[in-house]
Design a binder for this molecule. Sequence first.
Ligand code: SAM
Length: 257
Amino acid sequence: MRIDMVTLFPEMFLGPFGDSIIKRAVDSGILDIHYTNFRDYSFDKHKHVDDSPFGGGAGMVLKPEPLFRAVKALKEATTELAEGRRILLMDPSGVTFTQAKAKELAACSQLIFICGHYEGFDARITEHLADEAISIGDYVLTGGELPAMVIADAVARMLPGVLGDEDSAPTDSFYNGLLEFPQYTRPREFEGMEVPEVLISGDHARIAEWRRRQSLRLTLERRPDLLDKACLTAADRLYLQGLKKEAACVDRQGESL
Ligand SMILES: C[S@@+](CC[C@H](N)C(=O)[O-])C[C@H]1O[C@@H](n2cnc3c(N)ncnc32)[C@H](O)[C@@H]1O
C-alpha cells in the first residue's frame, strides 16, 4: 500500500514511522510512505498557505490552492493507483475512526492523508478535494499529523504480513466487536497475585470459554454499546443475561443496606 502524507510538518512522522512494526513494513516493501509539504505548492512569494477567514473571526484558515495543487500532482504521479485511492481529510468534524473503518481502508492501494493546522481548512477542500473527512475522537488537536499517524498505523497492522507471529493479535479489542480478554504471562505468582488457574490447566476448550466470557464481561462493564453490534452466539447471550441479573442483584442489595 502507498501512503501519502500531505503536511506542513513532514519531520513529525520520522520518529513514529522510523521504528518498530511500521519501519519493518516499510523495509519489507509492504508499505511505501511518502511525504509532501504543501507549502511547496504555494505560488505566493512568501509561501503562505493560510489566510484570515472571510466574515471575520480568530485564527487562520488553510487556503485551497496549495492543497489542490499538491494533491493534483500526487494523483498525476500515481495514476496506476487511481482505482484504489482514497483521499482522507483529518478533521475533528469528520466521521469517527473505528476498527471497521481501518479494515475498509486496508483494502485500498493508496491513502492520501491531508493534515490540517491552525483553524482548519477552507470548506472547498472538504467538499471538493477529499473523499471523506475523518476524526480520531471528540477532542481538538493542534494538527492533523497525529490523527494521520494513528489512522495509518491502525490500517497498516491490518495488511497481510505486517504483523509477525510475535505481534499478531487476531483477538485484539474491536477486531471481533468485543474488548480483548485479560492476558497474563510468567511468573505464575507475583507478590501474592496469581494467574487464573484455568490458563495453566492446559485444557484448551476451557481456556477458550474463559477468554470468551472475560471478553463479554469486560465489554459489558466498559463498552456496553459494542454489544449491540457484536456477533453473539446463544451461549454468549445467556452468559450476558446472567451477568446482568448478577449486577441487578448486587444493586438491590446495595439499596437495601
Ligand atoms: C486546531 S484543529 C482545527 C479545529 C477546527 N477549528 C474545528 O473546530 O473543527 C487543526 C487541525 O488539526 C486536525 N485535527 C485536530 N483534531 C482532530 C481530530 N480529533 N481528528 C482529526 N483531525 C484533527 C485537523 O486536520 C484540523 O484541521
